[in-house]
Design a protein around this ligand. Sequence first.
Ligand code: UD1
Length: 379
Amino acid sequence: MKIISVVGARPNFMKIAPFIKAIKNYNISAKNKINHVLVHTGQHYDDRMSDLFFKELNIPQADINLGIGSGTHAEQVGKTMIEFEKVLIKENPEWVVVVGDVNATLACSVTAKKQHIKCCHIEAGLRSGDMDMPEEINRLVTDRISDLLLTPDKISVENLLKEGITKEKIKFVGNIMIDTLDENLEKASKLNIINIINNNLIENSKIVDNINKYAIITLHRPSNVDSKDVLASLTDFFKDHVAKDMTVLWTIHPRTEKQLKTFGLWENILQNKNIILLQPLGYHDMLRLNLDASIMLTDSGGLQEECTVLGTPCLTLRWNTERPITLKEFGGASVLVGNNIKRISEEYIKTLNVPRKPHRPELWDGKTAQRCLEAILNY
Ligand code: UD1
């Protein structure tokens, strides 16, 4: 059997790593081995957004890189479809496996189906209900056309059934990201926090020699970083509140760096002694920092999930989430606070001094990749 799996952007890499490992393990004893081809669309191309994760997570170099790079959504999706179609014609796989909700997920699932190739979506069924999010459109289209929908939780199964997808196509397998977390936890926990900070400082920041209590901030969603008013008020909150209580470690996504500079907010943050700006971190470094963080303020979906498993109190800087299972009401560590400063402030105060409460939703057990592969083999 030939399987092509696709990655495009940073959050895909930790989802594909365990799947590739499951194929490798299967091939050790299988009579009919799986011929696996890894395609990287090249949506994320910086060392720190891409190569670093391949190295750290032992992902073999992609067999094919489409070199798509940056662009508008239509440019990224259009270029990916044109290039991926050529790959499919040449390789003629039985299955295309896509993960997550990035532009590569949409572009490659549509291209596969138009070539009459079976498509499997890992992390199917997540719904924010927010059609202003490009990721929501990617999820809806991919799930509507895929042959096999592998979900991280039962809420996602319900979402798919409500949309009229037949039950035979859906399989609840658990969260594949947690396979990667479990696999890397021991290695990450041995890292030294001060070294991580000093090795990842941005520009000419001063070397740090000790750190006590700290918060981690990550932002990249257009809804938070593309409007000057929103980004400025969030930045003020980080400076005027969080940075007064503890050290703020802010890992800067390329989109956010661009916007902070465009809006004239960059210098002001750099001057704040209690805010440390860090480059995009590698997987182990982020995991290590997350393990001891007093609080996470983020708009990332993956971090919400990791905070749930590690028990780090998490303020999710969004009005909705496609991952309700990570919310406090479902036993998780996260609270939705949007970008309204009053709400953020109230919830921020409530989370201070809250003890860590690690929680594992059903089947977030580190064995999801194995179940994904079995679902494909048994299809
Ligand atoms: C993408 C995903 C999002 C995911 C996020 C994680 C889509 C629609 N969005 O958003 O779901 O949560 O990745 O990072 O697929 N850039 C660089 N270097 C890079 C990559 C990007 O400088 O290696 C710059 C681009 O020039 C662009 C900006 O960062 O201006 C945003 O990149 P883009 O790929 O459009 O989407 P993300 O915001 O990263």
